[in-house]
Design a protein around this ligand. Structure first.
Ligand SMILES: CC(C)(COP(=O)(O)OP(=O)(O)OC[C@H]1O[C@@H](n2cnc3c(N)ncnc32)[C@H](O)[C@@H]1OP(=O)(O)O)[C@@H](O)C(=O)NCCC(=O)NCCS
Length: 153
């Protein structure tokens, strides 16, 4: 990897265009729309972190606090930068920020049951499958609910 990796907190509407572009490259037709991303960037109940190399956005993670639970809403890294520990760094940074600001009792997330690589990624971060949610992403597209205890200092 050439260039230096930086993981930074991002907030506010000025990040919307770049984040939306990244989201569309990573998630294609399943990408969050502008309005969802805008509310995540502007909400006082949400935290977003971005990975940059030489000032270029190459990954991001975002999450919210919801009834005392830290909810990981999305994490993604550009394909050519995967497998280098960047997703893990983003998740750890997001969890730390959610801890710092909200002291959640646990972290939760939903993942497509067919997304085996993401499930293994989350398991490597100590998330465990706790439930299956039928039709979460649309008819016939089910999700696992994964969770782990938050050990905020
Ligand atoms: C899931 C995703 C964010 C992982 O990012 P990444 O930067 O490649 O992950 P890392 O390199 O930090 O990997 C961390 C750990 O996850 C595991 N992992 C990551 N990708 C994996 C894969 N394809 N298969 C198996 N394990 C995998 C590895 O075990 C790795 O552990 P290690 O440190 O012992 O090697 C990335 O693959 C991605 O953006 N996928 C598309 C979007 C997506 O599916 N997001 C999640 C659903 S919202």
């Amino acid at each position: 990897m050439s260039g230096e990796l930086e993981v930074v907190r991002v907030s506010g509407i000025k990040w919307l265009r770049d984040l939306h572009q990244l989201e569309r490259i990573i998630f294609g037709k399943n990408a969050y729309g502008l309005s969802t991303l805008a509310s995540l960037l502007e909400s006082s109940n949400a935290m977003t972190v971005a990975a940059e190399i030489d000032g270029s956005l190459i990954g991001y993670a975002t999450g919210t606090i919801d009834n005392g639970l830290g909810h990981v809403v999305s994490v993604g890294v550009l394909e050519e930068y995967r497998g280098r520990g960047i997703g893990r760094k983003l998740m750890m940074s997001l969890e730390n920020l959610l801890c710092l600001h909200f002291k959640p009792r646990a972290f939760v997330l939903e993942v497509d049951v067919a997304n085996g690589s993401a499930i293994r990624f989350y398991e490597g971060l100590n998330y465990r499958i706790v439930d299956k949610i039928a039709d979460y992403y649309g008819k016939g597209i089910h999700a696992y609910l994964m969770s782990k205890e938050a050990t905020c200092l």
